[in-house]
Design a binder for this molecule. Structure first.
Ligand code: PMP
Length: 400
């Protein structure tokens, strides 16, 4: 008897939860996924904030095809002059203030976090890193160390020493705990895994002030927030502050794996000596990934995808009215729908998926539903998706 793909997946692909969704998707296009039975799903979470320009956007596909026919891997990061890397770095830094003028390419978000933490320690010669309650910056050891949730960390200790966790949005904590010992403060402008909690501008400005006062670096993680999802290209543009290091990944690649940390060239030059090769990788800035990323960036601009995010965000909020929905949090295409409890939320999510809509929960907020659509989604598709949510709530409550 032939073993099914599902069984082979369970047998041979390492698992991270006892109950994977295990949808068998065979094709993806725009905002839609198609499974092995031909059933279509609206991807209302963009593969967790990745497919900002939709799945298989023609511009991204074309860039990948062209670059993969030209060259793919040539040499480890940082040795050769490669046009796709340069063009992308130029396009990114053109969008940023003058102190964010140099890009270090990575393969993922967590690797960008690692590099940024190392840079902060190297530049400041200090070790204390400040992060915030229920923050998520990646799953490798350094990034895990600055995760603000003990439940997910305890099995992996010892982690980095000198990490202090403060309350998100607490200006009192910022004023009390950012001191001359602090090397860096790391946070997201919109904290994703708590259900898109927005940092107040006063809070961000207080951090900026304290970092300046104590020569600490302010690291902003826009791995989920960036590439248009907030309604501006970078969420920090709406805050009145400028970070010292900016982290990007996820939506950056248009569907291919790429990340980066961006800082001031003078700071990043510290990696060139004492020791030489202070931070390195093999595949960071892979030519095909950079070409895809540039196509993604240019598509967000040329198709003016950010112009409509705020209006569409309001549209989603206006459509999702139901007695079971307690609150809607977030901004732009980062929305969190609060239900009474985790059990109800999980059951509604399951029903949505059965009804052809992909939604999800949050790592540190299990009573809320994650909504993070591709930026290309149309009003009609939003209407369909919201109808499925409302129908799924009703079906789920009836079953109870
Ligand atoms: N920071 C944030 C805010 C994230 O959401 C994630 C991924 N969920 C990461 C960092 C880590 O990125 P990656 O999974 O690419 O390592």
């Amino acid at each position: 008897m032939q073993i099914s793909n599902r069984q082979l997946f369970l047998n041979h692909v390492a698992q991270v939860s006892p109950k994977p969704m295990d949808l068998e998707i065979v094709k993806a296009k725009g905002v839609h996924l198609f499974d092995v039975n031909g059933k279509s799903y609206i991807d209302f979470i963009s593969g967790i904030s990745v497919s900002n320009v939709g799945h298989c956007h023609p511009n991204v596909v074309k860039a990948i095809q062209q670059q993969s026919e030209t060259y793919m891997h040539l040499m480890v990061y940082g040795e050769y002059v490669q046009a796709p890397q340069i063009q992308l770095a130029k396009a990114l830094t053109d969008l940023l203030p003058p102190n964010l003028n140099s890009v270090f390419y990575t393969n993922s978000g967590t690797e960008a976090t690692e590099g940024a933490l190392k840079l902060a320690k190297r530049v400041t010669q200090k070790t204390e890193i400040i992060c915030f309650r229920d923050s998520y910056h990646g799953s490798t050891h350094g990034a895990l160390s600055v995760m603000g949730n003990e439940e997910f960390k305890q099995a992996f200790r010892p982690l980095l020493p000198d990490v202090r966790i403060l309350e998100y949005n607490s200006i009192d904590d910022v004023n009390q705990y950012i001191t001359s010992k602090t090397a860096a403060v790391i946070l997201e402008p919109v904290q994703s895994e708590t259900g898109y909690t927005i940092a107040s501008n006063e809070f961000l400005q207080a951090i900026r002030k304290k970092c300046n006062e104590h020569c600490a670096l302010m690291i902003l993680d826009e791995i989920q927030n960036g590439f248009g999802r907030s309604g501006t290209f970078f969420a920090f543009e709406q805050t009145g502050i400028i970070p010292d290091i900016l982290l990007l990944a996820k939506g950056m690649g248009g569907g291919l794996p790429i990340g980066c940390f961006i800082s001031f060239q003078k700071l990043l030059n510290e990696f060139t000596h004492n020791p030489v090769l202070g931070n390195i990788n093999t595949f960071g800035g892979n030519a095909v990934c950079c070409a895809a990323s540039l196509a993604c960036l240019q598509t967000i601009q040329s198709e003016k995808l950010m112009d409509d995010i705020e209006r569409k965000s309001i549209l989603i909020r206006s459509l999702l009215i139901h007695p079971a929905i307690k609150n809607i949090k977030g901004k732009g295409f980062m929305l969190s729908i609060d239900f009474e409890d985790t059990d109800l939320n999980f059951r509604i999510i399951e029903t949505c998926v059965k009804n052809g809509l992909i939604v999800d929960w949050f790592l540190f907020n299990t009573h809320s539903m994650r909504i993070a659509p591709p930026l290309i989604i149309t009003d009609e598709e939003i209407n369909q998706a919201c109808e499925i949510i409302l129908k799924s709530i009703d079906q789920t409550i009836l079953v109870k």
